[in-house]
Design a protein around this ligand. Structure first.
Ligand code: TYM
Length: 344
């Protein structure tokens, strides 16, 4: 019997550069969780290839996400940082979960619909099965807490459904093996903080995303100070001055987004930001927001550049993390094989 303990797991795809959305919605939260929990942070390269990736660019992006983790304050010695493809148990458990998850469940996934677009027949099978690999990422460590941005909520609900169905399907067997309360925990999504959904700078109703065709829509972690200032200056707004109360942000998605980013970077409640800027024009606010963003991201991006200059060192960190992740995942996967009835 393997005892269940509190554990944090989360992942980031190495597809292109990281955005301020990834940073505020996920990575800063990862850093915080280290204080209270054992944490496992994964560069999910197998998820990345559900859509075509140039091999050289993929390798660079894996190192870049790793560098971003470390530059932001994740400690790869005290916790675990690795890339998914190096721990085979993720793929093994994903197969079992492909046989647990129902077609109807996957058909409801909005991210598949968005990513596959109009030409669904041409999407990879991997893109369709993406959520069961994600459930395997989390549950191969029997992780209990998963910090993510708002857009991952549906995938985490599916992860809980898969865990629940596995526990139900194998209930008698699990009792025999000493797991009367089920084998997999129902992992809890942690979608908290002021920036769970950072929006595009060009359209406050769309998520800020690495895949948006317009680079002006997002701030990349590797953008230099001038680029950041320019993007914020050009960010879409409305003609009204900033409101003094949260109520006043309703129906003003662009204002809401910029104020939310400011509050998140400053580490203050939105109400405090509005107290300072209520009644002000956007031009002055944008100048302060640009300064604040540069101040927050500059140390991260320069540390990322320093780390990227020594890819061998990053690879070593990933290898060490994978070795330690395997030590956790292997016995859990062995137990799953026993539960399912595989003979060895
Ligand atoms: P990915 O790579 O798209 O994004 C990584 C993390 O960043 C968050 N995020 C945002 N948060 C706020 N505002 C935004 N505009 C924004 N854009 C992205 C995401 O919510 C995410 O937390 N499927 C996942 C990766 C994954 C995973 C996992 C996550 C694979 N396995 C297991 C948790 C647990 C994804 O594509 O994230």
């Amino acid at each position: 019997m393997i005892e269940l303990k509190e554990r944090v797991f989360s992942g980031v795809q190495p597809t292109g550069d990281l955005t301020l959305g990834n940073y505020l919605g996920a990575i800063t939260r990862f850093v915080e969780m280290q204080k209270s929990h054992e944490c496992i942070y994964c560069v999910v390269d197998m998820h990345a290839i559900t859509q075509w990736q140039d091999p050289a660019e993929l390798s660079r992006a894996i190192r870049l996400v790793t560098a971003a983790f470390i530059a932001s304050g994740i400690d790869p010695a005290a916790h675990i940082v690795f890339n998914q493809s190096q721990v085979a148990e993720h793929a093994e458990l994903a197969w079992v979960f492909n046989c647990v998850a129902r077609l109807g469940w996957l058909n409801r996934m909005t991210q598949f619909k968005e990513k596959a677009g109009k030409n669904r027949e041409n999407a990879s099978v991997g893109l369709y099965a993406y959520p069961s690999l994600m459930a395997a990422d989390i549950l191969v460590y029997r992780a209990t807490h998963v910090p993510v941005g708002e857009d991952q909520k549906q995938h985490l609900e599916l992860t809980r459904d898969i865990a629940q169905k596995f526990n139900n399907d194998f209930a008698p067997r699990l009792k025999e093996l000493g797991y009367p309360d089920g084998f997999f925990p129902l992992a809890e999504p942690l979608i908290t903080g002021p920036a769970t959904r950072v929006m595009s700078l060009r359209d406050g109703t769309k998520k800020m995303s690495k895949s948006d065709p317009s680079d002006l829509s997002r701030i990349n972690l590797t953008d230099d100070s001038d680029t950041i200032a320019k993007k914020i200056r050009k960010a879409k707004t409305d003609p009204e001055p900033l409101p003094s109360e949260i109520e006043g942000l309703k129906e003003r998605p662009e204002a809401d987004n910029l104020v939310g980013i400011f509050a998140a970077l400053k580490g203050e409640p939105v109400a405090d930001t509005l107290k300072t800027y209520g009644g002000a024009q956007f031009s002055g606010f944008k100048q302060d927001l640009a300064d604040l963003t540069v101040e927050a991201l500059q140390p991260v991006s320069s540390e990322m550049a320093r780390l990227m200059a020594d890819p061998g060192h990053i690879d070593e960190i990933l290898r060490d993390g994978a070795a330690r992740a395997r030590v956790l995942a292997a016995p859990i996967m062995d137990e799953v094989k026993k539960i399912v009835g595989f003979v060895r």
